[in-house]
Ligand binder design. Structure first.
Ligand code: MG
Length: 250
């Protein structure tokens, strides 16, 4: 009897640990490979939420006059975003007919949804501009009461360091793949979000990050065998263009 109880208690513990270690899915640039959607559109964010994914990722850039907008490419439909004032960019339409979203509009739409907003701040050639982007974004997120719903990612180490100072309680993950979890932890950065090739080369970083209480995200995993591989490695999040296919494996 005691033995049986012990076994079921152990099974329960294993089950709880198992649930905690379950990989979750983040839609890369939103869920855009579906009817009526487009990369980094508000529709893509809403469609990701409809699929009950963990998170929806999107990219933030700044215009010449300091307006924060959501878009992936530095050059979009013939405009260099960082060198163009917003009044010229606001005419741009996305592939699904939506207007190029401002960050404010995007966050407003996200606030209505039950999904984590994975906000990538794009690098800028000027440190001053990057610092201001980080400060303005954190201020907007706090003002809108979204501190718990927004998680930050960036390739720029400077941006991650600024975020660690401005909002140390937030989830902040570094994308660039060239630093170990321990090195980032020292800088107050609490997550890694690395290319799949980096984690294939450094599988030990998954455990190292977890030991340090850091989260592990991997991008952009679009092939089923790789999805399976990272689920087995117990990464926290898989960022993918195929969220439904990833979801099915979990
Ligand atoms: Mg991105």
């Amino acid at each position: 009897m005691i033995k049986k109880t012990l076994i079921s208690a152990l099974a329960l513990v294993a089950c709880i640990i198992g649930i905690q270690a379950q990989t979750q899915v983040i839609a890369h640039r939103g869920f855009w490979k579906t009817e009526g959607s487009a990369q980094n559109s508000i529709a893509a964010l809403e469609k990701a939420a409809e699929e009950r994914l963990y998170g929806s990722e999107f990219d933030v850039q700044v215009t010449l006059d300091g307006k924060l907008i959501v878009n992936h490419d530095a050059k979009f439909q013939g405009f260099v975003i960082a060198e163009t004032p917003f009044k010229e960019l606001k005419k741009i339409k996305l592939k699904n007919g939506e207007k190029l979203p401002t960050l404010k509009k995007y966050l407003k739409a996200g606030k209505k949804q039950d999904i984590q907003l994975i906000l990538e701040i794009k690098s800028h050639k000027s440190k001053e501009v990057e610092d201001k982007m980080a400060a303005d974004i954190v201020k907007m997120v706090k003002k809108m009461g979204l501190q718990k719903q927004v998680e930050y990612i960036a390739f720029s180490l400077n941006i991650c360091e600024q975020l660690a100072k401005l909002t140390p309680e937030s989830e902040i993950a570094y994308l660039n793949g060239n630093l170990s979890p321990a090195e980032l932890k020292k800088k107050g950065i609490n997550g890694i979000d690395y290319n799949q090739k980096v984690l294939e080369k450094h599988p030990e970083w998954v455990e190292e990050a977890h030991r340090l209480g850091m989260k592990v995200n991997v991008w952009t995993v679009n092939k089923e065998d790789m999805m399976r591989k990272f689920i087995d490695m117990k990464v926290d999040y898989i960022t993918t263009d195929y969220p439904l296919e990833t979801q099915k494996l979990l």
